[in-house]
Design a protein around this ligand. Structure first.
Ligand code: AFP
Length: 331
């Protein structure tokens, strides 16, 4: 892509238009992009060097930790362990928040991340992602308190994901639209490949693990039944697409419209996905593109979090489709 603008140039341009921003976010994004390149390289050779399979450990979520989960987490930690701007790291793979020592005095940001999203895809060469969310906090030495990073998603400074598919792409928002960058293998740079992405107000696709159908509340079951009925006026039946990688499934919905759902279950109403490093960042992206992120009853990014690894039901996608789910859930 000769002449295409790089991720760093793009962020710096945005910061020039908003001089109150100090370049700190561009620094963090540049580091995240470097982590993305490292993970992409590890994934591309995972079958050749002993990186497939489980570590034999279980994470804070009670899920088996894959070797690549651990490696991806280490890549994030290494990139930020001597940061002076990121004060705290909160990862799906770390039980406790990690405070960055040099940044305790100066660091104004907390970085949440799911280092490798869709781990069950690792061994079968299917898409994977990394999801991130950045919040503003106070340095610990100037009154910042340990849990002050537990803020509603509406206060995110920037968020996005890296998707490791046929190509590696990085999608992010800092509240000024959603932009996509593609990793150019030759130059190892993320180059702008789509800007100001806007999603259709309604789609034709739904993405859900339907094996859980019998565990859902009646409203959700009725909604999925409704999507399968035949009615040309409302574009039904919808098609199903589900990769098992949230970032990949939401990316499809972002570009083509429709819905991703991970509902709460009758026995586990809080669902499976994590608020701070899955639902909230993806909702920020989707809302910036004109869509909605909801629990089925309330806006994801209005939720005041209580714990770093809190779970939440997720209904995310095209505005009219999400509103339709909310209507079914109310009834
Ligand atoms: P992790 O690999 O980070 O644990 O994420 C997997 C995931 O949270 C998300 O990527 C998928 O959409 C979802 O789980 C798949 O879950 P099911 O296997 O229950 O459908």
């Amino acid at each position: 892509m000769a002449g295409a603008i790089s991720l760093t140039q793009h962020i710096l341009q945005g910061e020039r238009q908003a001089p109150q921003e100090t370049g700190e976010i561009s620094g963090i994004m540049t580091q995240i992009a470097l982590v993305g390149q490292t993970i992409a390289r590890d994934l591309s050779q995972s079958g050749l060097i002993d990186l497939l399979g489980s570590t034999g450990q279980v994470n804070v979520q009670g899920e088996e930790v894959q070797k690549l989960d651990q490696k991806a987490n280490e890549s994030f930690v290494r990139a930020f362990e001597s940061s002076e701007v990121v004060r705290t790291l909160i990862s799906e793979e770390m039980e406790k928040p990690l405070h960055i020592v040099p940044a305790e005095r100066t660091g104004k940001y907390a970085l949440f991340f799911d280092p490798l999203d869709g781990s069950s895809n690792i061994d079968v060469n299917a898409p994977l992602g990394s999801i991130f969310s950045i919040h503003r906090v106070l340095p610990l030495t100037s009154g910042g308190k340990e849990p002050d990073f537990l803020k509603p998603g509406a206060e995110q400074v920037a968020a996005g994901y890296i998707l490791f598919g046929p190509s590696t792409i990085l999608v992010y928002t800092s509240g000024k639209g959603v932009h996509q960058f593609t990793l150019e293998p030759g130059s190892s740079e993320f180059l702008l490949s789509a800007s100001d992405i806007q999603m259709p107000s309604r789609g034709k696709v739904y993405s859900v693990n339907e094996g859980n159908y019998r565990k859902w509340p009646t409203g959700m079951q009725k909604f999925i039944d409704y999507l399968k009925e035949s009615d040309s006026a409302t574009g039904r039946p919808y098609s199903t697409r589900y990769t098992g990688c949230l970032a990949a499934d939401v990316h499809r919905i972002l570009l083509k419209g429709g819905l991703y759902l991970y509902p709460g279950e009758i026995k586990e109403p809080e669902g499976k996905l994590r608020l701070m490093y899955e639902a909230a960042p993806l909702s920020f992206v989707v809302e910036q593109a004109g869509g909605l992120g909801s629990t089925g009853a309330e806006r994801i990014n209005a939720i005041q979090p209580k714990t770093p690894h809190q779970r939440v039901p997720l209904v995310i996608g095209s505005r009219e489709d999400v509103e339709m789910v909310e209507k079914f859930m109310k009834e």
